[in-house]
Design a protein around this ligand. Structure first.
Ligand SMILES: NC(=O)c1ccc[n+]([C@@H]2O[C@H](COP(=O)([O-])OP(=O)(O)OC[C@H]3O[C@@H](n4cnc5c(N)ncnc54)[C@H](OP(=O)(O)O)[C@@H]3O)[C@@H](O)[C@H]2O)c1
Length: 313
């Protein structure tokens, strides 16, 4: 049986590999997305042993959730772990809103779009400035008591904000930016999360494609490219080439196991005790099939350490 992980203090259990779906219907974030291809991406995940689907209202302002809702009606709902997020308020220019009333309605709206009667993990996508965090979490605790959600999460919260949100011990899971080339969470968050039985899901685990090994030339990136606009420091100059060199140092491990370098990095996250579920995004179903091979990849201790050290330098 495939390895599974338990989410925080909840009874949600998932395979350690999930799917990020910001390119499933996320037309407001990325150009040239095709909805039918997005649906194929979701099907490829569910057909290849992936349980957690990580979506959000923000991905297409509901479109990603709708595409997922349409696909999952053909599958056994109990084999799927649905994770979604809300905070961006369409009535306030998409500024974060954590007011209990807003979050309560956001849960109900997401249930309708996902065509389901429960959501496994519901995250507050971004903190707002004014709402006391325990009040926001209190709204989600009520949704949990009502059986509408099964686990409570926060995303893009600083450690102080996580602590405030967790003052009643209700937070099960945190989603934050983390990859082998963005390692701040190791210093900032991991000790507190572990001590408080809170799971961690890293977003952008493939560093927007850098850790797939497919990029070689910094000149391919500039203003207007979504990767550069998102992370210009790593997609330009010396840093870009340092990243490429680090990935190439790991390529022999991929060759030895007959998998892609992306699979090696995904297996590294899955072997990392600080990480719960890893949710690489995908534009095409073939990428999902390739990434799902990581579920069967076991790195040796030496391989694990080499990857760790290569990306610390
Ligand atoms: N909570 C938050 O605020 C937040 C923020 C960002 C993301 N997220 C979540 O985290 C998920 C993961 O982050 P991400 O998708 O932005 O970045 P990522 O996982 O680092 O990179 C995913 C991208 O890499 C490329 N890729 C994936 N597998 C590949 C393969 N096998 N071969 C070649 N290219 C491959 C695809 O892009 P191309 O084909 O276009 O190159 C894919 O869209 C998102 O989908 C979303 O669910 C959450």
């Amino acid at each position: 049986m495939a390895k599974t992980v338990k989410i925080g203090k909840s009874d949600v259990v998932s395979t350690p590999l999930g799917l990020g779906t910001n390119k499933v219907g996320g037309h407001n974030l990325f150009p040239n997305l095709i909805d039918e291809q997005g649906a194929e991406v979701v099907r490829a995940a569910l057909d290849n042993g992936i349980q957690m689907l990580d979506t959000a209202f923000m991905y297409g302002l509901g479109r990603s959730e709708e595409i997922i809702g349409n696909v999952i009606k053909d599958y056994d709902r109990h084999q799927i772990v649905l994770a979604t997020k809300a905070a961006q308020d369409p009535h306030q220019e998409l500024k974060p809103n954590n007011q209990p009333q807003f979050l309560t309605k956001a849960v109900d709206d997401a249930l309708l779009r996902l065509r389901t009667d429960y959501i496994d993990v519901f995250y507050i996508h971004f903190p707002d400035k004014d709402t006391p965090k325990y009040e926001a979490i209190g709204a989600l605790e009520k949704a949990k008591e009502a059986g509408k959600i099964r686990a409570i999460g926060v995303s893009n919260f600083s450690l102080d904000q996580i602590k405030e949100a967790n003052q009643d011990n209700y937070v099960d899971i945190v989603e934050g930016k983390y990859s082998l080339i963005h390692r701040d969470a190791e210093q900032d968050d991991f000790a507190y999360l572990k001590a408080n039985d809170i799971s961690f899901v890293p977003y952008e685990p493939l560093a927007l494609g850098l850790l797939t090994g497919k990029y070689k030339d910094a000149k391919a990136f500039g203003e207007g490219d979504w990767q550069y606009d998102h992370d210009s420091a790593n997609f330009s100059g010396d840093r870009f080439y340092q990243n490429v060199a680090a990935v190439e140092k790991i390529r022999p491990i991929a060759d030895r196991h007959n998998v892609s370098v992306a699979d090696v990095f995904l297996a590294w996250y899955m072997a990392n005790p600080n990480i719960s579920v890893v949710i690489p995004g995908a534009r095409k179903p073939e990428q999902v099939v390739e990434n799902a091979k990581a579920l069967d990849l076991r790195l040796s201790e030496d391989e694990y350490q080499l990857i760790d050290e290569t990306f610390k330098g």
